[in-house]
Design a binder for this molecule. Structure first.
Ligand code: ADP
Ligand code: TRP
Length: 321
């Protein structure tokens, strides 16, 4: 089975990205043919500083490699290294109703957040459809927030096949209900747009500061506390076994628990959990050219898979003559 998903290099990756997207992707390597890429064309819709985009792209690649993505087992590349995806986007633009794009929640949310309503932002789902269709992807593991984008990709594929003949595999979203929504420092969903993130690879001091900033309630130390209402408990649970989680819940309910103690434990857990990945990342940082080579080799593999589909689509619409 061909599984494809991408992540935007639009900020340092955080533990919400890790548990929600990167970890499941890395695990998919064992299950099927994994296509994993850094979507820098998409990130252009929100990042307008070229240097930041370039650095973010290499950083995201290093994060994935350090966390266990194996470029020999999967196809791992940077979106713009296969620019044919932009060619397919143009082809798909011509069968995509503007009304469909105007109804996108993600577009409306971004406008509400103050992003300029330019054509790139509107066309974001068409580029995403091209990403998916170009590689004849069968399964696309995404978070709930991307479900509508997947529906748009399916609509576009169905319409294209109907108008021009069978060309694209109709992709399916895979929304895994077991994947947690990771909460941020303030108890809302962890997201770079809320500035409530804990980055995966922060230096020790930065990590301690972030954890100190986790908002907790003002229940007196001696009183019993409700673990289910505590975002600190939700965050540390990601790093605990079932038995450890039960123990900690009991400590909450018993009274006498200091949130600071739990924060210290959380620091230790995160530091240890990402310890070997941190070492690997430090090595990769010393060898950026090696990382670039891995990405270029991945792009060649991706292009080889993409070209037959693009050629077929071009022929079907009449660009072959
Ligand atoms: P952000 O919200 O920080 O901008 P993105 O929207 O770029 O993050 O998300 C990239 C990937 O990480 C998506 O697949 C998304 O579903 C996943 N993800 C992001 N935040 C979380 C979270 N708090 N919990 C679980 N998964 C998340
Ligand atoms: N829009 C996705 C996100 O923000 C990223 C993305 C771009 C993607 N192209 C994709 C995800 C193709 C899956 C498949 O999370």
């Amino acid at each position: 089975m061909r599984i494809l998903s991408g992540i935007q290099p639009s900020g340092s990756l955080h533990i919400g990205n890790y548990f929600g997207m990167m970890k499941p992707m890395i695990e998919y390597q064992e299950v099927g043919e994994l296509y994993c890429f850094i979507v820098n064309y998409h990130a252009m819709t929100s990042v307008t500083d070229g240097k930041q985009l370039a650095t973010g792209t290499l950083d995201a690649a290093m994060d994935f490699l350090a966390l266990g993505l194996d470029p020999d087992q999967s196809i791992f590349w940077v979106q713009s290294d296969v620019p044919e995806v932009a060619e397919l986007t143009w082809i798909l633009n011509n069968i995509t109703p503007v009304g469909l794009l105007l109804r996108s929640h993600s577009y409306k949310d971004k406008i509400a957040q103050g992003l300029s309503p330019n054509h790139g932002l509107l066309s974001y789902p068409v580029l995403m459809a091209a990403d998916i269709l170009l590689y004849q992807s069968e399964k696309v593991p995404v978070g709930q927030d991307q479900q509508q984008h997947l529906e748009i990709a399916r609509d576009i594929a169905i319409k294209f096949n109907h108008l021009f003949g069978e060309t694209f595999v109709i992709p399916e979203a895979e929304i895994n209900p077991n994947i947690p929504t990771v909460l941020g420092l303030d108890g809302r969903k962890m997201s770079k747009s809320y500035d409530n993130t804990i980055e995966i690879f922060t230096a020790e001091e930065g990590l301690r500061k972030k954890i100190a900033g986790i908002v907790t309630d003002s229940t007196p130390v001696a009183d019993p506390k409700d673990p289910e209402k505590c975002n600190l408990f939700a965050i540390i649970s990601l790093f605990l076994s079932e038995a450890e989680r039960t123990d900690l819940a009991e400590r909450y309910q018993r009274g006498g628990l200091k949130y600071n103690e739990v924060k210290n434990e959380l620091f230790g857990r995160i530091w240890e959990f990402f310890g070997s990945a941190r070492e690997k990342r430090e090595q990769l940082e010393q060898a950026p050219d090696h990382v670039r080579e891995i990405l270029k080799a991945g792009a060649e593999k991706a292009r080889a898979k993409a070209l037959p589909t693009l050629e077929l689509a071009k022929e079907r619409v009449g660009l072959g003559y």
